[in-house]
Design a binder for this molecule. Structure first.
Ligand code: BEZ
Ligand code: FE
Length: 281
């Protein structure tokens, strides 16, 4: 492998991957090289631009720590996260649609009983959230495990505050035996994703805003069903058509009703996809 030129280098790199024992790794790396080289050829990448790309990715890595994942943010804003969700969650019609996970989930959120307030002191208008978890055939799914998380009225998740004593605006609860759930929280508001890193610079350079429409995150798990990771969005939010991470599905937009006493009410039912039964041997 000598004297490689712009016409022969791609095949030379691919040939070197031929020894990869893991067939899936081989497939992914081969395709990556093909597309990466094709991209460089298509845009006639200059050496200065190559260096800028390296610096951008380096800065993206430097921005990451145990609380901040700038690479996920980059994937989100380039639509790769939503593409991956869409490709891997092809559910039958009638199931609740999934959307992006986002970077603000916490594994060990506080536990709550039905009816309790998950806000934990987070700022925002009071809101009651309730509904039923159902199977595709319309029957209730009993006792599903529900994780919820959201930003406060200032557009921040608890993990974005440096010195909070305990988690806020997130929690874990179980639906009852009839699939019903209800809890208090705060009204979801639109918020900008973090813009103080390379992703923010990219959005600025492309004249795109950093806003996500108001939403409440749900992760719902029940034995015998596919895990559902989704949001419920607020109707009439100005960013529904231009979500910075491309996550909006019409079926996930709901009417968060304002009640006469000024508090809000969200009713939303979720439909889970039963795991396919494999034939017994
Ligand atoms: C979120 O909804 O929490 C989120 C999703 C993608 C990027 C940033 C935030
Ligand atoms: Fe969010």
């Amino acid at each position: 492998m000598r004297n490689l030129n712009q016409d022969t280098i791609t095949q030379a790199v691919i040939a070197r991957l031929a020894t990869t024992p893991d067939p899936r790794l081989k497939e992914i790396l081969t395709s990556l090289v093909q597309h990466l080289h094709a991209f460089a050829r298509e845009v006639k990448l200059t050496e200065e631009e190559w260096m800028q790309g390296i610096q951008f990715l380096t800065a993206t890595g430097h921005k990451c720590d145990d609380k901040r994942q700038e690479f996920i943010l980059l994937s989100d804003t380039l639509g790769l996260s939503m593409l991956t969700v869409a490709m891997n969650n092809d559910k039958p019609a009638g199931c609740t649609e999934p959307t992006v996970f986002g970077p603000f989930f916490l594994e060990d959120a506080p536990r709550f009983k039905l009816g309790e307030d998950v806000a934990g002191g987070a700022s925002g208008e009071p809101c009651l959230v309730h509904g039923t978890i159902k199977s595709l055939d319309g029957k209730p799914v009993p006792n599903a495990l529900i994780n919820v998380w959201q930003a406060d009225a200032d557009g921040n998740y608890d993990v974005q505050y440096a010195h909070l004593a305990k988690p806020q605006a997130r929690g874990i609860l179980n639906a009852d035996e009839n699939g019903n759930f209800y809890f208090k929280t705060i009204l979801a508001e639109a918020y900008p994703i973090p813009t103080d890193g390379p992703v923010g610079a990219m959005l600025k350079a492309t004249k795109n805003h950093p806003w996500r429409p108001a939403h409440l995150h749900f992760m719902i798990d029940a034995p015998g069903y596919e895990k559902l990771i989704t949001h419920v969005f607020r109707d009439e939010d100005q960013y529904l058509e231009s979500d910075v991470v491309f996550g909006v599905r019409s079926s996930l937009v709901a009417d968060w009703k304002k009640k006469p006493d000024g508090t809000y009410d969200l009713e939303y039912d979720f439909v889970l996809n039963p795991v396919k039964q494999t034939a017994k041997a």
